[in-house]
Design a protein around this ligand. Structure first.
Ligand SMILES: Cc1cc2nc3c(=O)[nH]c(=O)nc-3n(C[C@H](O)[C@H](O)[C@H](O)COP(=O)(O)OP(=O)(O)OC[C@H]3O[C@@H](n4cnc5c(N)ncnc54)[C@H](O)[C@@H]3O)c2cc1C
Length: 341
């Protein structure tokens, strides 16, 4: 039997399983297979976030690891649509530019472009354009699928209903009887839906992507919403619904559709681009990583940085879990609890 159980197979759980396998620890992954934010058709790898231009202290490290992983998976024969194409951040005015400039660490490759340098037509309302040559996009579901396969973890489709530091009760398809197992460690990577199922009070935010028959540009454009290439054309998306303290069924209100289209049109000319479908998901904020007082390990709350920081944080957590398995049990416990934060 695998010593470790991972609950949830999004980018967090799949990355944890992958890095555990690199450390010689086999994992079993249980995944309900629904409402994974990580199945986003095209996620940005964008080190300069949102409209504030904030740069996470670990953004560069995270971005480098994500691209390195994608290269390794490609060399291993896995097909994960992605592109390290660069990301363009149109900036509305001088104040916003000053804010972005204050946040940009000198070691992050970037360039302020003049309008004449741009290969896509930006609306006149944009005063500046920041080019991030090391950014890009990735197909979320394909990335997660490749990590899981490469980890050689046993994957069980079903829902973990109850768990402790060493045991879990699983239910598969409706009507199937519960299955109980014991493990040396249990890691909860349930994302937004999993946090809701676990009864936690945390911040959830819903958003939608319209899938497009072609990309609006060869690289992502992002401010307020994003346009990006994808495996089957392109996307226009954002996470923009009001934050909620509980998980909510993903929906796309008509008013939000109008808002999203407006944001897309404001980024660049979308004439001739067709909509082929939509994808809606919910992401969870408030990073939780480490072991809780009950001994259960956690990696969740990756917010809008799941693909930027998820693999990096998963590698660190996998290292801690592997170390705890190697430690002799002290005082009847097999783990030294470090508070989940
Ligand atoms: C509209 C939108 C756009 C986004 N764009 C970007 C972007 O451009 N760049 C970026 O980096 N991030 C982006 N994100 C955020 C990113 O998608 C998330 O940070 C990331 O996918 C979260 O991964 P996760 O593994 O924590 O959770 P999830 O991907 O949600 O996976 C959790 C999985 O666990 C399963 N699960 C939960 N509980 C249980 C249980 N008890 N038993 C069994 N299975 C369970 C669920 O069914 C699910 O499959 C976006 C999110 C949204 C909603």
């Amino acid at each position: 039997m695998s010593p470790v159980l991972v609950i949830g197979a999004g980018i967090a759980g799949a990355s944890v399983a992958y890095f555990l396998s690199e450390l010689g620890v086999r994992a079993t992954v249980i995944d309900a297979g629904i409402h994974a934010a990580s199945s986003v058709p095209s996620a940005l790898i964008n080190p300069v976030r949102g409209q504030s231009g904030g740069v996470d202290a670990r953004a560069l490290e995270g971005m480098e690891l994500t691209w390195a992983l994608l290269r390794k998976l490609s060399e291993g024969g896995f097909k994960v649509p992605h592109g390290q194409t660069g990301v363009l951040r149109p900036i509305p005015d001088d104040r916003a530019r000053a804010r972005f400039e204050r946040n940009l660490p000198p070691e992050l490759a970037h360039r302020w472009l003049r309008r004449d340098d741009l290969s896509v037509p930006l609306a006149p309302a944009w005063a500046h354009a920041l080019w991030l040559p090391e950014g890009g996009w990735v197909d979320g579901a394909a990335f997660v699928g490749a990590l899981l396969e490469a980890s050689e973890a046993q994957v069980i489709r079903g829902r973990a209903w109850r768990w402790t530091a060493h045991s879990v009760e699983v239910r598969g398809a409706a009507g199937s009887s519960p299955l109980s197992s014991t493990f040396q460690a249990v890691i909860h990577c349930g994302g937004s839906i999993g946090s809701g199922w676990a009864g936690e009070s945390r911040t959830h935010r819903m958003g939608s992507l319209l899938t497009l028959d072609r990309p609006a540009a060869e690289f992502p454009l992002s401010f307020g919403a994003y346009l990006a290439p994808s495996a089957t054309g392109g996307v226009l998306g954002a996470t923009y619904e009001s934050p909620a303290q509980t998980w909510q069924e993903p929906t796309l209100p008509l008013a939000s559709l109008g808002w999203l289209l407006g944001k897309g049109e404001a980024l660049t000319d979308l004439s001739g681009v067709g909509v082929t479908g939509r994808w809606t998901g919910s992401r969870l904020s408030g990073l939780k990583i480490g072991q809780d007082a009950g001994g259960v390990w956690h990696l969740s709350g990756l917010s809008s940085k799941g693909f930027l920081l998820g693999p990096l944080l998963a590698r660190e957590l996998a290292g801690q879990v592997a170390l705890s398995l190697a430690e002799p049990p002290a005082g009847g416990r097999s783990h030294t609890p470090s508070q989940a934060r």
